[in-house]
Write a protein of this length. Structure first.
Length: 125
């Protein structure tokens, strides 16, 4: 759910796989998208919406480097579930509010859900 405080924020959906490898490519692309969004309207408020089979709190490990290297941003991280069904439910509630969607390449079931909803997303190796 989006709160009034987050109205001016950039909302980015992250669909993360459980494997730790590939993190540098993912984080590099994530940084690129975040700074592209910031340059558009100068808001440094970012909300990450996370779907990951890693579950709580383990998905944070994949984002730890990004968080540490971007301490000057106002970051909110919201966990929305672990399964393609959770992604489906999130999209039904929040689709119009998401600015960017990043998904790791090997998550085919999750990509099918995104395709079903006709949304654009960025696949990261």
């Amino acid at each position: 759910m989006i709160t009034p405080v987050e109205d001016s924020a950039h909302h980015i959906l992250l669909v993360l796989n459980p494997r730790p490898e590939g993190g540098d490519t993912y984080l590099g692309r994530l940084s690129s998208i975040v700074y592209e969004r910031i340059s558009m309207n100068k808001s440094k408020r970012i909300v990450f919406h996370v779907i990951s089979s890693l579950g709580r709190p383990f998905y944070i490990e994949k984002l730890k480097s990004f968080i540490q290297n971007n301490i000057g941003l106002s970051l909110t991280i919201r966990f929305h579930g672990v399964s393609p069904d959770d992604l489906e439910g999130f999209l039904k509630k929040s689709l119009g509010r998401i600015d960017s969607i990043l998904i790791e390449r090997d998550l085919l079931e999750y990509r099918r859900v995104l395709d079903k909803h006709g949304v654009e997303y960025i696949v990261i190796d």
